[in-house]
Design a protein around this ligand. Structure first.
Ligand code: NAD
Ligand code: USQ
Length: 388
């Protein structure tokens, strides 16, 4: 298949492009490199050094003989987006290209507005471009489990059967997200569902849980193929942060009681899920939602697991929670649709955590320890994040 990976320079987009290329698909990536810009803004960088996109693509050609196409531009630029689709003529577009950090979106008004404009306008341009260039293109869109929040009822895969005053209907699952970033994904989901309904587009919304891990079978073929590994309190995700904190001898930063539960997924399963979604497209007019997570754990359980695996043990700190979120709650998620398509999950194992310790040890001297502690507070509109 011809697959266009938007956000192909990012943590997940790059390994996904490699995975799809290795599986024989004809792949191109697009990116505007804004993720690298956020690093400059925040004064941090990926723990694992990453090459420029051009060098990465040349390295992939050296190692495997396979070519990956490249489009440099911004999805909020509609002309760029239309031209790219007309030029590459994809059968599937995998859309990772958004500002994806909840704390970044909560820094202040400017960052909230940027996040929602970047994400919602980029996706809207893409929907119009698909509609005008080729309505058969299958959109595979990265959403997030955080769209649902933590309701008191089971979380279904996107849709809910409701009985009300003797009548029934199938409605989009009610959303109660926890940041302006997560809200941008809810807005996207509504826009995508609407365009499936009115223009007959085909789309799969992948509500993904928190990703952990840094290596896939493709990225380990050569150091130049490495993907990024974020550890700072703005972009680092929880398990990856705990691993680095353990290696540095820093107490693990559990926010609040740690009773908050989240869906999680290994990066190797992320790339496989995207492959499965692309190879089994939605029908024309169908808005399909998969909950892309493989297990649920509390933050405390994640911290305990990392602490148990680390030789000599580590301290666990409970910080005042900088976020507004429930710390003790019901959480039961249906996530069978990707399993039905053939996903065999890698569940969180001691081996994986130990291999992540090795990655973190190799690059531990690149860490800026002051970037480990959270400075963005949900209750405060002007967080001093820029002072780090
Ligand atoms: P990332 O920030 O590493 O990658 C996103 C890429 O998109 C970056 O390279 C960035 O430069 C690019 N981009 C952003 N806005 C763009 C624009 N307007 N035009 C062109 N390129 C643009 O993020 P990631 O961790 O790889 O996440 C990818 C997607 O998966 C995001 O949509 C995110 O919401 C979703 N997701 C991530 C996780 C996770 O734990 N990392 C979990 C669930 C969902
Ligand atoms: N947390 C801690 N300590 C830390 C970091 C986080 O206790 O040092 C807690 C947070 O309070 C939260 C949970 O861990 O309860 C997850 O936080 P996170 O930063 O790992 O993940 P989150 O902000 O939800 O965002 C990440 C990605 C985002 C994606 C989302 C999936 O950055 O792109 O959408 O995971 S989900 O959580 O399912 O919405």
């Amino acid at each position: 298949m011809r697959v266009l990976v938007l956000g192909g320079d990012g943590y997940l987009g790059w390994p996904t492009a490699l995975h799809l290329s290795r599986r024989g698909h004809d792949v191109a990536v697009a990116d505007n490199f804004v993720r690298r810009q956020y690093d400059y803004e925040l004064g941090v960088e990926s723990l694992v050094p990453i090459e420029s996109l051009q060098t990465r693509i040349a390295a992939w050609k050296d190692v495997t003989g396979e070519s990956i196409g490249i489009y440099v531009g911004d999805l909020t630029d509609a002309d760029f987006t239309y031209e790219m689709l007309r030029d590459f003529r994809p059968e599937a577009v995998v859309h990772f290209a958004e500002q994806r950090a909840a704390p970044y979106s909560m820094i202040d008004r400017k960052h909230a507005v940027y996040t929602q404009v970047n994400n919602v306008v980029g996706t809207l341009n893409l929907l119009y471009a698909i509609s005008e260039v080729d309505r058969d293109i299958h959109l595979v869109k990265l959403g997030t489990m955080g769209e649902y929040g933590t309701p008191e009822i089971d979380i279904e895969e996107g849709w809910l059967e409701v009985e009300h005053k003797g009548r029934t209907d199938r409605v989009l699952y009610p959303k109660r997200p926890g940041s302006f970033y997560h809200l941008s994904k809810v807005h996207d989901s509504h826009n995508i569902e609407f365009t499936c309904r009115i223009w007959g587009l085909r789309a799969t919304d992948l509500n993904q849980g928190v990703v952990y891990g840094q290596q896939t079978p493709e990225t380990v073929l050569d150091d130049r193929l490495a993907t990024r590994f974020d550890y700072d309190a703005v972009f680092g995700t929880v398990l990856n942060r705990f691993v680095i904190q353990a290696v540095l001898g820093h107490p693990l930063t559990v926010y609040g009681t740690g009773g908050q539960r989240r869906g999680i997924i290994d990066i190797r399963d992320t790339v496989r899920c995207i492959e499965l979604a692309c190879e089994n497209p939605a029908e024309r007019g169908e808005f399909r939602v998969f909950n892309q997570m493989t297990e649920a754990m509390s933050v405390q359980e994640l911290a305990d697991t990392v602490a148990r695996c680390f030789p000599g043990g580590v301290e666990i700190d409970h910080l005042d929670n900088p976020r507004v979120e429930k710390e003790e709650h019901y959480y039961n998620v249906v996530h069978t649709r990707l399993l039905d398509l053939g996903l065999t999950p890698h569940l969180l194992s001691d081996t994986l955590i130990t291999s992540l310790f090795d990655v973190a040890k190799r690059y531990a001297d690149r860490v800026r320890p002051e970037a480990l502690l959270p400075k963005v507070n949900w209750r405060d509109h002007a967080s001093p994040v820029q002072e780090t």
